[in-house]
Design a protein around this ligand. Structure first.
Ligand SMILES: C[S@@+](CC[C@H](N)C(=O)[O-])C[C@H]1O[C@@H](n2cnc3c(N)ncnc32)[C@H](O)[C@@H]1O
Length: 196
């Protein structure tokens, strides 16, 4: 079963930042590594579902012309609006409230293991269908097992690998995995600056 939004509301009722996104060195380092994998310095339209309290959102917003971020938990949405004024932050429950439109960047960070098979398949389908040509997906997930989650981070990334997208970059270590997938040929940041 997909984890119910009430599961996350209860977490935010206990703590404003249940995972320590704003305070842990682990999280800051993970965000640094993940953002460094993005092949382009800037993106046009970006979408970040499951943005939580907006720590990553604030960092994404400075690299995007327009960023739509959303979360199913109202308390998280309120914090993200304050922390990331450069983003449009809305309360939306995935996959039901997936936005219309096409994006140059979709960020799926610490989100996809909460969904059952049908919801995960729908989100992956929507992700691929919502990318513009050359569009990019950044996916990042914790690799250690969590009893309440329907699947592991490694299982999420195995499912992502089945999408009709090209892997542009991968970072895998004991705690998390990050993949950058693109619609089209693998980008070369060196070629983009005339180095090759
Ligand atoms: C671990 S946090 C994600 C953190 C954030 N993406 C980051 O990397 O900093 C997971 C977030 O996903 C949200 N979430 C879980 N299921 C959701 C759903 N079906 N729709 C929208 N948000 C959801 C939770 O409310 C929670 O804030």
């Amino acid at each position: 079963m997909t984890l119910d939004p009430g599961y996350f509301d209860a977490m935010y009722a206990e703590s404003a930042d249940p995972w320590g996104f704003a305070t842990r060195w682990y999280e800051r380092r993970k965000y640094d590594l993940s953002l460094a994998l993005l092949p382009r310095p800037r993106y046009g339209d970006a979408f970040e579902p499951g943005c939580s309290i907006g720590v990553l959102t604030a960092r994404l917003a400075v690299r995007c012309d327009r960023l739509l971020a959303c979360d199913g938990a109202e308390s998280a949405v309120e914090q993200a609006r304050w922390r990331a004024p450069g983003a449009r932050v809305e309360r939306r429950v995935m996959p039901r409230d997936w936005p219309a439109g096409r994006f140059d960047l979709i960020v799926l960070s610490e989100l996809l293991y909460y969904f059952d098979d049908a919801d995960l398949a729908r989100i992956l389908e929507l992700t691929a269908a919502s990318l513009r040509p050359g569009g990019t997906v950044l996916a990042v997930h914790w690799r250690h097992p969590v009893a309440e989650y329907p699947r592991s981070g490694d299982e999420v990334h195995a499912a992502l690998a089945d999408l009709p997208l090209t892997t542009a970059a991968t970072h895998c270590e004991a705690d998390f995995r990050a993949d950058v997938l693109v619609a089209g040929d693998p980008p070369s940041p060196a070629a983009a600056e005339g180095l090759v």
